[in-house]
Design a protein. Sequence first.
Length: 172
Amino acid sequence: MALHLKPFAEQPDEQSGKACATRPGAEASGTEEGDVAERAHAKIVGNVANQLWHSDSSFQRPRAKYSMLCAVVVPPEGGETEFADLRAAHDALPDWRKRQVDDLTAVHYALHATQRQFVYQHRWRVGDLVIWDNTATVHRGRYYDFSQRRELRRATTEEVTPSPEAQALAGA
């Protein structure tokens, strides 16, 4: 499978001196000037929506394969990111249930996978980098005080060669 990494500029973080190769402002609660955004600002509204389970850009063609988040500024409390493992959730199903669902094509499902035993919670520290597979993982940001600054920078790879699942969806 070929992957294409979208280019982003490398920018050193002012708190740690570590660099994150990303696009500015992704997953941020601040304005482009570095101020904390007002509650009705589009970035805050987006951060509220990010608290729901989702995968990145799964609706796009080509779809996103891998995503990477790098912590630039983290609030003193909250703002963790949780990741649910869809493959582990599938593997834990009883055999009779697997037989029921194995021939189905699912788009945006996560209820079984979001049970605690399939979820990893990452508590961010400045400079942390987390990489995940969007085709096997859903994630969500957790609540934090939006009056605090939080900036995570994201880069995403595109799936250049569609997986068998994506080919099946395209043919449907």
